[in-house]
Design a protein around this ligand. Structure first.
Ligand SMILES: NC(=O)c1ccc[n+]([C@@H]2O[C@H](COP(=O)([O-])OP(=O)(O)OC[C@H]3O[C@@H](n4cnc5c(N)ncnc54)[C@H](O)[C@@H]3O)[C@@H](O)[C@H]2O)c1
Length: 372
């Protein structure tokens, strides 16, 4: 199969859909890989790295789209890219169609087959192609939060690990899922005094079993949150209620109960944020202050560490990409129901129920489509 990887064109996107190592694996199995010049640059991969892996470099995205049987990307195709998709072509990338009617209609009109990273599942009920980005954002949260805690950035001027004779920073993580667990691990590793709140007792038991007393955990109630934030230097918001906007767990009124210069890092901002005073920010201007409390609310945190994010995403997507290339999408989806869960669009038909419901478009069952 001819696999094409264009340079990402969404503003502020530095990741790339294929690493040189993934390209090499595909080429070793007899596939051809076509990369747009400079596609890997934002993640620290030169054309030479792809050439050494056996890939072909072309000058334009148009050449990639015209040649490839399968397009592998990171972000949803932008309007200019959607015009280049054609009938029978396979698209494998993040799509997030439910809030995006324009993209959905363009994909349907193109006749392509589109498999969305974010809806591919795994046997434990997780989302294996979303998890790596949650891991990155979680591990980044204490790092950006500790920078914000510095005096020059508006913070309290507290060092995460303290020093001999001076206690560590107090960090509260609300939500102990993928983001929260990785955030707690790093904050504890920096020497902070960490408490994780979650509403799931099985999750709290898991955290207790696995991490022992590296950090504390507590059942999440409004009362527990209200009490813990009063002494916190940093609060990391990491809750998720699937399919719903994030619940507001810290109100504006409560900010006055916190220590001046304390920091809120709202990782859940991509779902609307879990602090009442959160509003999405960018890497260019990541922080702002409300009532003396510093806020960090960047909606695409993994972009700050594009190289790590690209490699982490590539590790997760590669087995699926290889299955799609080796078997063709239909056989690969027949063999793997978790990959089939990623099928959102095929030949002008929508195949994902939640998207259909959100946009009022009729849906054809993916099980019917793969048998057709
Ligand atoms: N800003 C970014 O760049 C970025 C990157 C990746 C993920 N995210 C977002 O981070 C959020 C968390 O993602 P995740 O992968 O960790 O999800 P997850 O499903 O693994 O974890 C969410 C956790 O929140 C818990 N929870 C739900 N309601 C709660 C409450 N009221 N109090 C305490 N805990 C509660 C759940 O029990 C679960 O353990 C999501 O909104 C996700 O979209 C943002």
């Amino acid at each position: 199969m001819k696999i094409g990887c264009p340079k990402e064109i969404k503003p502020q996107e530095f990741r790339v859909g294929m690493t040189p190592n993934a390209a090499q694996e595909a080429i070793a199995r007899g596939h051809e890989v076509i990369i747009e010049t400079g596609a890997g640059q934002g993640s620290g991969f030169d054309n030479a790295d792809y050439i050494a892996a056996g890939a072909t470099i072309v000058d334009t995205a148009a050449e990639v789209f015209a040649t490839a049987d399968m397009i592998v990307k990171v972000k949803e195709p932008q309007a200019a890219e959607r015009k280049m998709l054609r009938e029978g072509q396979l698209l494998f990338t993040y799509l997030h169609l439910a809030p995006d009617p324009d993209q959905t209609h363009d994909l349907l009109a193109s006749g392509c087959t589109a498999i969305a990273y974010e809806t591919v599942t795994d046997s434990s009920g997780g989302l294996p192609l979303l998890a790596p980005m949650s891991e990155v954002a979680g591990r980044l949260a204490p790092q950006v939060g500790s920078w914000t805690l510095q005096k020059a950035n508006g913070g309290r001027g507290v060092l995460m690990g303290g020093v001999p004779g001076v206690g560590p920073a107090k960090v509260v993580v609300i939500g102990g899922g993928v983001v929260g667990t990785h955030a707690a691990q790093i904050a504890a590793g920096m020497g902070a005094d960490v408490t994780v709140l979650d509403r799931s007792l099985p999750r709290l038991r898991y955290l207790d079993d696995v991490f022992g007393n590296r950090f504390k955990n507590q059942y999440s109630t409004a009362g527990a949150t209200a009490e813990l934030i009063q002494s916190a230097d940093m609060v990391i918001g990491a809750v998720l209620i699937p399919g719903a906007a994030a619940p507001k767990l810290v109100t504006r009124e409560q900010l006055s109960t916190m220590k001046p210069g304390a920091v809120l890092v709202d990782v859940a901002i991509d779902q609307g944020g879990c602090f009442e005073t959160s509003k999405a920010t960018t890497h260019a201007e990541p922080i702002y202050e409300v009532d003396g409390i510093m806020h960090y609310c960047v909606a695409n945190m993994p972009g700050a560490v594009a190289r790590t994010s690209t490699i982490a995403l590539g590790n997760a997507t590669m087995p699926f990409m290889l299955a799609l290339a080796d078997k063709g999408w239909k056989q690969a989806c027949q063999d793997d129901p978790h990959l089939l869960a990623g099928l959102n669009v095929h030949a002008g038909q929508l195949t994902y129920y939640a998207v259909g419901k959100a946009l009022g478009i009729d849906v054809v069952s993916p099980n019917v489509v793969i048998k057709s």
